[in-house]
Ligand binder design. Structure first.
Ligand SMILES: Cc1cc2nc3c(=O)[nH]c(=O)nc-3n(C[C@H](O)[C@H](O)[C@H](O)COP(=O)(O)OP(=O)(O)OC[C@H]3O[C@@H](n4cnc5c(N)ncnc54)[C@H](O)[C@@H]3O)c2cc1C
Length: 491
């Protein structure tokens, strides 16, 4: 497999700030931060240490947002990552934070030659498919036959990648503008560099590379956010004991500043300050006064907030808030008393399928150790994820259990303990999984999304250049803390 990983690079300035902190301020501000996910916690940590007066309003009863490690009701020592599960080796901000807080990292084995492919009713190993792609018959055209999905995708994307990677900032912006209208599907079917692929080949790529369900999304963003990482030769890590330990470590630095159960329902801006109104579950409303507000609330959930006056956010930003797409995601976690998957050659790694389960991810921690574990028995995105909303909790678990049994046999039922499901569309504080631009958005949206509006600054994964990853959330937290420490206001 080739590598497209250098498409997105970490800002060296932001890395330095994360490691050394911001300059101490001589002009401290009262900063309200909405959301205690990684973006909000990063900003709170940096601004507090620089001498600002910070309060973090979190609607939920926990920190971490979309970094969500579930331990109970599983057996002691078992956990399930409902949100972020793996850290790519080149996501330097996440790794720097983990190092700063002495959090041990262990490998996350995303794929291996032993990976399973179950498509078109055939079950094969990755190495078997790589030797003979015709084992899973996608009905490719004559000139495509004998090539793997990875090879076809590599050929299709390499010319664009070469241009992109060798471009300076201005040239890259022009490339973004030029290729902005393309969806991933449109680019592959009608490749502007020649060598367009058949519908069958594109379907094979979508299934096996895992972009099935959102082929209509922006070519540029799908390339930058998903393909550059998951398709490339990238190693992954996870935090030993659960990725939420990263959010917990940040939280310990700002524990007194975080208020839980404070759901932001209204933001009032005036000439010199901002007021934020929250409503607790018991109906009690509170008002918080600040010089500035950082909102890290995903634009999906942000639409339920009343902004007064509404025109204190400019119309082009409202349009983006209302139209920024979020990809749906569904997971089913199943706990077993024995790691039967290891006997079947799955020490970490994954199964990919053209069925609505899309992926199984097998645990890469505690490999070879006695006892059971929790597998991500279903991890589906896009249209596949949406399908699961139609099923009850029990049906989702049964469906996933039966699927795992169809791969691994009767021992699945014999060792099953319990299951949990999570559909991110149903989560009131993010109403979706992660941002991916649609065509006509990748070049023009980022600057508008990041632009402060009056006393409101915008952070979060959606307000970053690394959609779908913790790296983006942290990067946006650093950016916004820097903006405020530098005294930058809306233009
Ligand atoms: C299923 C899934 C898998 C993922 N896999 C990976 C992965 O493997 N690796 C990786 O690096 N990244 C992964 N990500 C992405 C990563 O989790 C996110 O990019 C990152 O956690 C986003 O952080 P954030 O602070 O921007 O937003 P969030 O974590 O969403 O934080 C926003 C916070 O705001 C709070 N909030 C929302 N509305 C209100 C309100 N009205 N009032 C007050 N508070 C509010 C929320 O409760 C939340 O705590 C995954 C995400 C999901 C959902």
């Amino acid at each position: 497999m080739g590598s497209f990983r250098d498409v997105v690079t970490t800002s060296k300035e932001h890395l330095q700030i994360l490691q050394d902190g911001l300059l101490q301020t001589i002009n401290p501000k009262r900063v309200i931060i909405a959301g205690a996910g990684l973006a909000g916690l990063t900003a709170a940590y940096l601004l507090k240490n620089a001498g600002h007066d910070v309060v973090v309003l979190e609607g939920n009863t926990r920190v971490g947002g979309r970094v969500f490690t579930v331990r109970e009701p599983f057996e002691e020592g078992n956990h399930w990552e409902v949100g972020a599960m793996r850290i790519p080796e080149h996501h330097h901000l996440v790794l720097a934070l983990a190092e700063k807080f002495n959090l041990p990292l262990i490998p996350y084995i995303s794929s291996s030659d032993n990976n399973l492919i179950y498509v078109n009713n055939r079950l094969v190993r990755q190495y078997e498919y790589d030797e003979n792609p015709e084992l899973v018959n996608f009905g490719l055209s004559e000139d495509e036959k004998g090539k793997t999905a990875a090879e076809l995708l590599e050929e299709a994307l390499r010319p664009f990648y070469t241009l992109y990677i060798n471009s300076n900032e201005e040239e890259r912006q022009r490339l973004k503008e030029q290729f902005e209208p393309y969806s991933m599907e449109a680019f592959l079917r009608d490749n502007p560099f020649g060598g367009s692929l058949s519908e069958e080949a594109v379907h094979m790529i979508k299934v096996l590379v895992g972009v099935v369900g959102f082929p209509e999304m922006s070519f540029i963003d799908t390339f930058e956010a998903i393909i550059s990482t998951t398709f490339s030769d990238v190693s992954f890590f996870q935090i030993e004991g659960g990725n939420d330990l990263l959010a917990q470590a940040l939280f310990h630095e700002v524990e007194e500043e975080v208020l839980f159960g404070e759901r932001v329902i209204r933001i009032i801006q005036n000439d010199s300050s901002v007021q934020v109104i929250t409503r607790r579950n018991d109906g009690v409303e509170k008002t918080f006064d600040g010089d500035l507000l950082i909102t890290t609330i995903p634009f999906t959930a942000f639409q339920f907030i009343d902004v007064v006056p509404r025109h204190s956010i400019k119309p082009d930003k409202w349009r983006i808030i209302q139209t920024l797409p979020y990809v749906p995601a569904n997971k089913v976690g199943l706990e077993f008393s024995e790691k039967f998957w290891e006997e079947d050659g799955m020490e970490g790694g994954s199964l990919v399928t053209d069925l609505p389960y899309q992926f199984i991810f097998y645990p890469s921690d505690a490999i070879g150790q006695p006892g059971g574990g929790v597998i991500n028995a279903t991890y589906s995105w896009g249209n596949n994820a949406r399908l699961w909303v139609s099923l009850s909790e029990e049906e989702r678990i049964q469906q996933a259990l039966d699927f795992v049994a169809s791969i691994h046999g009767e021992k699945v039922y014999e060792t099953f303990i319990k299951g949990l499901t999570y559909n991110w569309d149903e989560h009131p504080y993010s109403a979706g999984c992660f941002t991916l631009y649609a065509p006509y958005q990748a070049a023009s949206y980022p600057a508008v999304i990041k632009r402060p509006e009056g006393h409101i600054h915008f952070a979060g994964e959606h307000a970053s250049d690394v959609h779908a990853w913790m790296e983006g959330a942290i990067d946006s937290g650093v950016r916004v803390a820097l903006e405020i420490n530098n005294g930058e206001e809306a233009g």
